[in-house]
Design a protein around this ligand. Structure first.
Ligand code: NAP
Length: 457
């Protein structure tokens, strides 16, 4: 007798959707008549960081969304939103219904920066700010913009740092044409930022920006991009880095162009500084009043060493964009140093090296929070290949029929959303966009209960 292979994917971001797509196209042994996949997500909506991570002024990502829509249209793949792994269910619950569970939960928290003053009022994590401007339901609706905070520091020179700097430097009206929720538009009107200082602890050839994102920084008529010459050095290690990577060379070229450019007198400025390692957030009365950096110098290997010389920058807010960190998942081992689930090519392994049968990872929870969205495809392909190799050893679930999982969620009173529900919410948000006089593709609904109500209506 043949049966369906049943797989649960935890996380409906690109990593989880790509893995589901590859899985449904995989060649199966004869004992399986096919594969059906259920994607579970704690958000009531699919798409993970595409909805709650990509900056609202980056619409070109829409092409990726189109591809993900096509995958989700496959009837062998179902979506269960508003289901929180760890609270609503755990690995042993899922194993009652599925042969295998793939975790694609990404990384949603800010990596800690352990320097004095980091907890002062006015010191923020990039991930929190991104969640706020992207309208995530689980964050406060108001951002703590303070009227005196005209000069702001961004720590870290990755693309998240660029997103933060750009959103802070743009005007609320420039962003109003995007899908930002109403509370975010109203909040951004209170943003007093005029100067954003972005700090790299290493040199120009070591920044993690990508060329297109860096070039785009100057596209706003309201923003001047100013690259400061101090620390703009290209030592031997930097020349090697440029030779080894076309993209890194392009980034350095763009930085050099900014360096040579005259200011236009735009109302807002983004400054980029090199070889400044943040060592303390300075405070007064519990409030950020400055940032102290140690000046560094390149050591010829791509790394830097401190010079023992410090510089204080008068800033009224600090945003750290020094990388994301994944959540520790219930029932799975966790590598605290790297913020990932220990794995071998995607097979989850216990700390002692033994495999955790039937559990797999893909995306940022597998390899850490680096790489562009497209990179998760090759990741997913590797994980699915290993899952296919393991089919003989997987334990068949007690309740293999598809509807058993729906009944389980219903019996637990979990108000899950589905793909059909997302289509309703999608139509609702697009209608909200149409109602505006300016051309807006959608306006996001923010409160979780409102999203669930519309999706389950
Ligand atoms: P990232 O690219 O790893 O950049 C993190 C930055 O933080 C680096 O410049 C790093 O410097 C710096 N940093 C780390 N620890 C620090 C410390 N203690 N003090 C000072 N600086 C520190 O991470 P990300 O910006 O979070 O981006 C994550 C991934 O998402 C990346 O692959 C990115 O390209 C992608 N992404 C893409 C877009 C897009 O528009 N295409 C948008 C957002 C994110 P060091 O290099 O010296 O460690």
């Amino acid at each position: 007798m043949t049966r369906q292979l049943r797989v649960a994917v935890v996380g409906a971001g690109p990593a989880g959707i790509y893995a589901s797509d590859i899985l449904t196209k995989a060649e199966l042994p004869e004992e399986f008549s096919g594969v059906t996949v259920d994607i579970i997500d704690r958000d009531p909506t699919p798409f993970g960081l595409i909805r709650y991570g990509v900056a609202p002024d980056h619409p070109r990502i829409k092409e990726i969304i189109k591809a993900l829509y096509r995958v989700m249209g496959n009837e062998d793949i179902r979506f269960f939103g508003n289901v929180d792994y760890g609270t609503d269910l755990k690995l042993d619950n899922l194993q009652l219904f599925y042969d295998a569970v793939i975790f694609a939960t990404g990384a949603r928290r800010d990596r800690d920066l352990d320097i004095p003053g980091i907890d002062l009022r006015g010191s923020f994590g990039a991930a929190d700010f991104v969640y706020w401007y992207d309208g995530h339901p689980d964050v406060e609706r108001e951002w703590d913009f303070q009227p005196h905070a005209e000069t702001v520091a961004v720590l870290g020179v990755g693309n998240v740092g660029l997103d933060i700097a750009r959103i802070l430097a743009k005007t609320a009206d420039e962003l109003h044409v995007t899908e930002i929720p109403d509370n975010v538009y109203e909040g951004l009107k209170k943003n007093a930022t005029k100067d954003v200082h972005v700090f790299a602890r290493r040199g120009p050839a070591q920044v993690k920006f990508t060329p297109m994102e860096l070039r785009e920084l100057s596209h706003s008529p309201n923003i001047d991009v100013i690259v400061h010459p101090e620390g703009f050095e290209l030592d031997e290690g930097s020349m090697d880095a440029i030779k080894a990577s076309k993209s890194q060379k392009l980034v350095v070229d763009v930085l050099q162009n900014y360096l040579a450019k005259e200011e236009t007198g735009a109302a807002h400025r983004i400054h980029i500084h090199f070889c400044q390692n943040p060592v303390e957030v300075l405070g007064e009365d519990g409030q950020v009043v400055g940032l102290r950096t140690e000046i560094t110098e390149l050591d010829g290997t791509g790394n830097v060493k401190g010079t023992g010389e410090f510089k204080d920058w008068p800033v009224q807010a600090v945003y750290r964009a020094i990388g994301y960190y994944s959540d520790n998942l219930s029932g799975l081992p966790f590598d605290l140093a790297n913020g990932v689930v220990p794995n071998d090519g995607g097979r989850v392994i216990e700390i002692d090296g033994s495999p955790l049968p039937g559990a797999y990872v893909t995306g940022w929870i597998k390899r850490g929070p680096v790489g562009l969205i497209g990179h998760t495809k090759s990741d997913a392909a590797e994980t699915i290949r290993l899952l296919m190799e393991d089919l003989d050893s997987l334990v068949a679930p007690e309740h293999a029929e598809r509807e058993a999982f729906d009944r389980y969620l219903d019996s637990r009173g979990i108000e899950y959303t589905t793909w059909a529900g997302w289509e309703k919410l999608d139509a609702h948000e697009r209608a909200l966009g149409d109602a505006h006089t300016v051309d807006r593709e959608r306006v996001k609904v923010v409160p979780r209960d409102a999203m669930v109500r519309i999706a389950r209506d």
